[in-house]
Design a protein around this ligand. Structure first.
Ligand code: ADP
Ligand code: MG
Length: 266
């Protein structure tokens, strides 16, 4: 069964999409069949993998409203073993259109359930909000990976995010865990990055990944070439760090007595 991990933080610009694309590609590179689901109407993960949105017949939106099955939507990413469920701007309509639907929080879970056997990992790239799309992602997932930008205000708003995870765990998805906290946009030259890391480790302890993602210009450039960093510049610090993150995640999941995700959101 696939490990399903949603990458969430209601703040924009913290590295959710960069992490979704590059962790997915690194997992695929490590031999894991991986599906990246673009749950953001801004569709940055779709564009960042070089997919021409105008050429798509069906997107996540059609799947969520019941007009397509997962297999009709999923496309090749250009990276071996990595697949994409693309998104497009029409996904904005989903929330309002589904207002009266009694199972509106479970539509993504239902759409993805036939995919579970076909993939080792399914990563869900969330929009920068705690909207119905993020609720759907957390309801479908086994774990929530939270990117924290190593800058001032990084921990602000985190309480609200953790409260949302807790509520979804209580009401919708009892086995939901915190997969981990990932420090992104890390600059080891600044005291501020060190301070954020210290605060995060004080509060979240071993939930914080040892791997930190450096602020690296090549990571910001890669999406404009429609490629993950491992394809664009495999020797760059960004590529090395996302490969290390994938290895750390695989080690965690393969650890004896840890059939998946251990951390509980409480
Ligand atoms: P989110 O999905 O949380 O809104 P993104 O992953 O889109 O955040 O990142 C926001 C911006 O910062 C993008 O322009 C992206 O290219 C850039 N960025 C993200 N991570 C890094 C990094 N580690 N180094 C340099 N630029 C980054
Ligand atoms: Mg994003």
């Amino acid at each position: 069964m696939a490990h399903m991990i949603c990458i969430a933080n209601q703040k924009g610009g913290v590295g959710k999409t960069t992490t979704a694309i590059n962790l997915a590609a690194a997992l695929a590179h490590a031999g894991k069949t991986t599906l990246l689901v673009d749950c953001d109407p801004q569709a940055n993960a779709t564009t960042g993998l070089g997919i021409d949105k105008s050429g798509l017949e069906k997107t996540l939106y059609h799947g969520l409203i019941g007009h397509a099955d997962a297999e009709d939507i999923i496309v090749e990413s250009g990276v071996p073993r990595l697949w994409l469920m693309p998104s497009r701007v029409e996904l904005i309509g989903f929330e309002v259109e589904m207002l009266g639907d009694a199972s509106r929080e479970r539509l993504l879970q239902q759409l993805l359930s036939p995919c579970s056997q076909a993939y080792d990992y399914i990563l869900l790239d969330c929009p920068p909000s705690l909207s119905l799309l993020t609720v759907n992602a957390m309801t479908a997932a086994h774990g929530v990976l939270i990117p924290l930008q190593s800058e001032f205000y990084a921990l602000e708003g985190l309480g609200q995010l953790l409260q949302t995870v807790k509520r979804i765990k209580q009401r919708m998805n009892p086995s939901l865990k915190i997969e981990g906290i990932l420090l992104t946009l890390f600059d080891k030259r600044t005291n501020l990055s060190g301070q954020v890391a210290e605060d995060a480790e004080k509060y979240f302890k071993d939930m914080v990944y040892d791997t930190r993602i450096p602020r690296a210009v090549r990571l910001a450039e890669a999406p404009s070439y429609g490629k993950p960093i491992l394809s664009y510049d495999p020797a760059s610090p960004g590529a090395v760090s996302y490969s290390a993150l994938a290895r750390e995640m695989l080690r965690k999941h393969n650890a004896p007595g840890a059939p998946g995700l251990q951390k509980t959101a409480s």
